[in-house]
Design a protein around this ligand. Structure first.
Ligand SMILES: N[C@H](CCC[C@H](N)C(=O)O)C(=O)O
Length: 275
């Protein structure tokens, strides 16, 4: 039986979004991986499901799955896309999403062009304890004992940020994702600080590989830059797919602003894919 889906993206980080609030489906990791596959399936960086919110203040419970079938607690770019979807549906500009990392509030600004919105998501507080990331042992998350001394934190998902002069160092990403120091694996960011309010970032994403943008990775890199005394608390983060504005506010919350775009809608029969 075919289901409806939306293909959306934030700065080229792309998503299949399935609204299961009326008919929950509980896709298996295998089926998610098949649907997310760019050759055998529809193809996406993350598969995103909406199910009924458990918290009365939220419009939906939102879950994020990588193309390898693993689930992530946070996904910044997809959170902007879902907020934009809910704004179109409800006519509201202020939305609340329930995620495994907690409640996220979002504000959708008036769309300048059809199908594209600018959204600010409050991504909550960065968690900088070694067990938050998590790390395999007690360490100072400001400088990990790895070549390049990266900083680490969680935005609801694990992020490690290397501060580099040459972004070619991003080729280290695949091996570092699987490093034994990261029991849940990790998203590996490589940030070049070009000014106190501007960085260039590439992220090797856990379970997804290089993406054109990583919202939670931009939040993590901006906070880690402040922690290391390399930047101010408002930062333009330039990624392959474009730019986001990140602000680590006075309440210790990270505000992420960027575009959300609906590419197309369609239907798919999940039964046509491996269970
Ligand atoms: N690969 C990430 C999830 C997607 C994050 C990224 N697409 C974003 O916009 O934050 C993880 O496993 O934690």
């Amino acid at each position: 039986m075919s289901i409806h889906f939306r293909k959306m993206h934030g700065l080229g980080n792309d998503f299949i979004v399935v609204d299961e609030r009326k008919t929950p489906r509980d896709f298996s990791p295998t089926r998610i991986a098949a649907l997310a596959d760019r050759r055998r399936g529809i193809g996406c960086d993350q598969f995103v499901t909406l199910t009924p919110a458990l918290n009365a203040n939220a419009q939906a419970f939102v879950r994020f799955f990588n193309p390898d079938g693993s689930e992530a607690g946070a996904c910044g770019n997809a959170s902007r896309c879902v907020a934009s979807l809910l704004a179109t549906e409800t006519g509201q500009s202020d939305l609340t999403l329930q995620t495994r990392a907690g409640l996220l509030t979002a504000r959708v600004l008036p769309a300048k062009e059809e199908g594209r919105a600018t959204v600010t998501v409050d991504m909550g507080r960065p968690r900088t304890g070694w067990q938050d990331v998590p790390l395999a042992e007690e360490l100072d998350t400001l400088r990990l004992p790895l070549d390049g001394e990266p900083a680490a934190l969680s935005m609801g998902n694990p992020h490690v940020t290397f501060f580099v002069d040459d972004l070619a160092e991003a080729e280290r990403g695949p091996a570092l994702e699987m490093h034994p120091l990261f029991p849940d694996r990790a998203n590996i960011g490589f940030a070049r600080i070009d000014a106190s309010d501007h960085m260039r970032l590439r992220v090797w994403e856990r379970g997804a590989g290089f993406t054109l943008a990583c919202g939670s990775g931009a939040c993590a890199a901006a906070v880690n830059a402040v922690r290391r005394g390399l930047a101010g608390r408002r930062m333009t983060v330039e990624v392959d797919g474009g730019e986001m504005l990140i602000a680590w506010d006075d309440n210790d919350h990270v505000q992420m602003t960027g575009p959300a775009q609906l590419a197309f809608e369609g239907t798919v029969d999940p039964e046509a894919y491996p269970k």
